[in-house]
Ligand binder design. Sequence first.
Ligand code: NCD
Ligand code: ZN
Length: 345
Amino acid sequence: MADSLTIRRPDDWHLHFRDGETMRAVVPHTARQFARAIVMPNLSPPVTTTALAADYRDRILQAVPEGLDFIPLMTAYLTDDSDAGDLATGHADGVLTAAKLYPAGATTNSASGVTDVANIMGVLERMAEVGMPLCVHGEVVDHDIDIFDREAVFIDRVLEPLTRRLPELKVIFEHITTREAVSFVEDGGTNMAATITPQHLHINRNAILVGGIRPHMYCLPVAKREEHRLALRKAATSGSPRYFLGTDSAPHHRGDKESACGCAGIFNAPFALESYLQVFDEENALDRFEGFASLNGPRFYGLPANEERIVLERAPVEVPAQVAGGAEPIVPFHVGETLGWRMAR
Ligand code: NCD
Ligand code: ZN
């Protein structure tokens, strides 16, 4: 059994940093582990243009601790009124790495999202032309669709028709949570990939509901039944280049989670690598971790893999009860647990 693992420095292909004080508190956790991260644009108001993304990128860079090299990769939040020209220019200028599709109302700060993919077809065609990837939050928002079925229904109603119509568009089906999503990605063309979060590899829906409501286990898409978690673990550790690391770390202050209407989002950034490694170790797939964490993402995005190496070693790491979050503390994923790996350097 290997006690240490040296891999290229990984990247996080789906991450929420927020803004202001909270951002300044959470950025160091990601910058400690990752070389780059795809930063989600769901601020309030959202990051909808190249100019807003450039400003947000500057604010993030100012929050990176001295001595750490970290590059935020920016995304634009698509709305029914997105300007294809602005997005294409932002992409060509290296400001925008991708654009993000939030179905309106699907999750935190998605009210200004897209109400019907038909409304942005011109924008998506332009993105396909210029090779700009689309990040997708894959859930329908129809009130008559059960929350546990929203991802599977999204595949049939939105994603399958979209990829059939625009096969040249690079699509990242983000934070997949179901067996149906795994088979859709398996059957997709070379322009289809998916990110998988640590929480969806560790927990099923019982973790949210058994013994009381556990708000810190709640995120969207919500964790599903055990069979889905097992399908995700198999996919992530399979060695397939279609899957890569995207934490979906989504910090919300303690009071906003522990509330009558608790926010969706799990803050996993402080121990993200440690959390994923535990899964790869349990699945006897440590040799496949570098592909998932450091190679598959850059290859799909058409970016170079990082040259720097990091060393991970078997050692107990205790996850604290809370971490600083600016105005209020934030409760991290795995709170109270001892994880089996740590990043040595
Ligand atoms: C995210 C957030 O809080 O911004 N929440 C979550 O539960 N994942 C939004 C998202 O990615 O859905
Ligand atoms: Zn997210």
